[in-house]
Design a protein around this ligand. Sequence first.
Ligand SMILES: [Mn+2]
Length: 569
Amino acid sequence: MNYRWRKLPQFTDDEVATLAERTNAPEVISRMLLQRNLSDLKDARSFLRPDLTDIHDPFLMKDMDVAVDRLSAALETGEKVMIYGDYDVDGTTSVATVYTFLRKYSDQLHPYIPDRYKEGYGVSTKGIDVAHELGCSLIIALDCGIKAIDKVAYARKKGIDFIICDHHRPGPEIPDAVAVLDPKRSDCAYPYKELCGCGVGFKFMQALTQHQNLDRDHLFDLLDLVAVAIGADIVPITGENRILAFHGLRRINQSPRAGLAACIELAGRKPGNLTIEDVVFQIAPRINAAGRIEHGKIAVDLLSEADFDRAFEVAGRVQKHNEDRRKLDRNITREALHMIESEGLLDRKSTVLFHENWHKGVIGIVASKLIEKHYRPTIVFTESNGLLAGSARSVAGFDIYNALDECTDVLEQFGGHAFAAGMTLQKERFEEFRNKFEEVVSTQIEEHMLTPEIVVDQEIELNQINRELWKWLSWFAPYGPGNQNPIFATTNVIDSGYAKGVGADSAHLKMRVVDPKTGVAMDAIGFGLGDKLAMVQNEQPIHIAYHIGINEWRGEKKFQLMLKDIKPA
Ligand SMILES: [Mn+2]
């Protein structure tokens, strides 16, 4: 893959020196603070030291007062309540969060996750029927429901109220529920719009805690789940999300609940210094696997299980699902890549593929994998309930939701975000849709969006990397959209002479980078950069882009540059 390097806006030496003096931070850090618009000392402090007292008042969210009143009444009279969530990680952690919190106050709760294959995404008629049979008169819908206009009306006829906690974009009409909590509602004045579904559920529980004067420790105990959802749902790690993720991560590292502890152990890791990236790539897939291959209810069981041995038993089953899932997505990805060539789609600006036998649980992952090879908006379809169900992934800067919005006449249904969406389509209209989508993408996409970019925070010299810088850098985590793990660039360096390919097929590059001007040298590793070996051999001068990392070996900690890209000087 070729990358464009784009440099973040830079500031003058004067501006940097002024801030460095006030903060006592290294110059590199002062530049980073300026780039993040944190030149105000108070703002900088609350960024570097995220504080739970800074999270917003939940009652600023439209309908929160009604939602809390309705739930309080239900708890008081011992009403049966269904806690309904989507089957992905955000949905299942949402249900586990609300269920775990409320079960201290009620034994009349029924967690429910729809079957991905039989019921599909969002609020289902079957779910409402089950609620009715169980005698539930209230459904709390989490991470879904914002477009469930018919379903909410259907439930109403059966005497069932709805409280919706969602974060997806509303359509033109809001369901006629008792309360609809969604910061993306245009009439919602909540100051932070980027919560995930689990975050909205958490705010709901926070509001109940404030209103009923409940145990705050019991509330903040939920943050490990919220952090998993924030990471897995790829929402921005800015503002309130960053505070929740920071403290949730701390909980994951200090005292994870049984289900998460089991996932961490099965991933061969130990709590202590797990990052959001570890959560996204090692914990979340294990939770997701359950919902993808079997049923999302298993994920809720795992996350709400208090006993470690039982949690470990469930996690073991999930582990098996995770391995099956990985095998499946590797095979489908290989098949799909071949199809791009065999169907003559190489020169298109979009990838749209369909195969009736592809497993619906992995088409989203496959779409992401295809983008690693063909960098452009991508949709992968399979057959489901007589229709085609598709999963879309976009590239940086291109709003795939808007693009799909232009194809509504061909689609049955669609929903999602700028970077990821889901949709259904009549089978015989596949070609028509594929051409229409290609037409929309090729008129709307700008050429530069089709080459992935690396955003370089700053150009630095190797001799600026030291313990003091590392200490400050660590306070910029947790990283995610909106607060990227900083990438530094250093120009005109060489390899010390021992660069080599490592790993299967020599896919990765291991080298020792030397700055010939100062003699400073550092170990470096480039995952997936094995094909750049020839470029760095024989002391050819190169430019490198990298994260600063620390490698611990036999108790000794050393800096290690995590190379993202290399260019000839
Ligand atoms: Mn979500």
